[in-house]
Design a protein around this ligand. Structure first.
Ligand SMILES: Cc1cc2nc3c(=O)[nH]c(=O)nc-3n(C[C@H](O)[C@H](O)[C@H](O)COP(=O)(O)OP(=O)(O)OC[C@H]3O[C@@H](n4cnc5c(N)ncnc54)[C@H](O)[C@@H]3O)c2cc1C
Length: 322
């Protein structure tokens, strides 16, 4: 069994921000993620020369700590400015230089991250926590941080032995997410979307469209279409192929004269956190530290996930429980 000071579940923005901060303070930590790629919902899909940001589309930086992270990432060439603002011009919109997950690749340097590890059970151990994956690998640590979406955290708690009851984790039940269906289409020429290639849309089946070629991340013209929360909820567990066709038809005017040469659809059961816990994390009342964070806490976006990760790391360092 592998032992660490801190185990972090989730290699998205919150988990990696926490891990990086702890790592800088010489705390031994490991990040476990069920996915094959880094970044969680800061997701980029690459198919040959076609690249799609299909989760988070851009982020802003309104707080000094995130601004200083963005500055560092920019100096490393991992982040670019996309445009100065939608609809305000106060905060620039930032993107990963070759796709959103590049921002996370920059963050993960020097960290121990294990991918393809789905955490299925957590239990109190003699000096902290024992974490078991769905293929029965176990890890132990003094402190545990969970950055997975709240409904998944609740499911994990229900199947675990933490000493907590469902009343204890009521803060997690306040948190809710919109679903989002995302169509990723390759075009034979750039779309008709005005520069710089992104558009919010209200009132219809589509809430957002982005031209990844105009955005500067794809070598060939590709488009990302995000369905509205209402349309996504309605079609989430239905025929995704049909839903994709409806979305492509609705997008038609913004594609012309380009033709779709290939497309696929991705289902995000949890996209933007529409109901959040006000604080940047929640700490359970357990003998050994157990912290819950991510974008369901505080601001509720990429920046909020970063701040949540940082706040959890700070809390563990302040508690000095190692
Ligand atoms: C379609 C869409 C559009 C968005 N648009 C924007 C936007 O334009 N701007 C913006 O700021 N934000 C946007 N967001 C939100 C933004 O992506 C998130 O707020 C942020 O990425 C959340 O980071 P996180 O670390 O909290 O969670 P995540 O990125 O979800 O990371 C959690 C990680 O936990 C892993 N995991 C889950 N369960 C387990 C388990 N049992 N064991 C191990 N690992 C597990 C997952 O694989 C995942 O990698 C969007 C999100 C989506 C989906």
């Amino acid at each position: 069994m592998s032992k660490y000071q801190v185990i972090i579940v989730g290699a998205g923005m919150a988990g990696l921000a926490a891990a990086r901060h702890l790592n800088k303070a010489n705390i031994s930590c490991i990040v476990l993620d069920k996915g094959r790629g880094l970044g969680g919902r800061m997701a980029t899909r690459r198919v040959g020369d076609a690249t799609f940001d299909h989760g988070a589309q851009f982020f802003s930086a309104k707080t000094p700590s995130f601004q200083s992270f963005v500055k560092e990432a920019r100096q490393m060439g991992a982040v670019n400015e996309w445009w100065p603002g939608i609809p305000d011009t106060t905060h620039p919109r930032w993107i990963g230089a070759s796709g959103m997950n590049e921002v996370l690749k920059f963050l993960h340097e020097n960290l121990t991250i294990l991918q393809g590890k789905k955490v299925a059970h957590i239990a109190q151990a003699a000096k902290g926590w024992q974490v078991t994956t769905d293929n029965n690998e176990t890890f132990e640590s003094a402190a545990l941080i969970l950055t997975i979406p709240a409904p998944q955290a609740i499911e994990l708690l229900e199947n675990s032995e933490t000493g907590l009851t469902s009343d204890d984790w009521s803060p997690l039940r306040q948190i809710a997410y919109h679903p989002c269906l995302a169509v990723l289409a390759t075009l034979d020429q750039p779309s008709n979307l005005p520069d710089p290639g992104g558009m919010q849309m209200d009132g219809g089946v589509i809430s957002w469209m982005a031209d990844n070629f105009k955005k500067g991340i794809s070598k060939v013209p590709t488009i990302t279409i995000h369905a509205s929360p209402a349309f996504s909820s309605q079609h989430l567990d239905g025929d995704l192929n049909e839903a994709g066709k409806i979305l492509l038809e609705a997008a038609g005017i913004w594609l012309q004269p380009a033709k779709v040469v290939d497309w696929q659809i991705h289902r995000w059961r949890y996209s933007l956190a529409c109901q959040r816990h006000p604080a940047p994390y929640w700490q359970a009342g357990t003998s050994f530290p157990l912290l819950f964070g991510g974008d369901g806490f505080g601001m509720g976006n990429v920046e909020g996930a970063f701040l949540s990760g940082l706040a959890m790391a700070e809390q563990l360092l302040t508690m000095n429980s190692f």
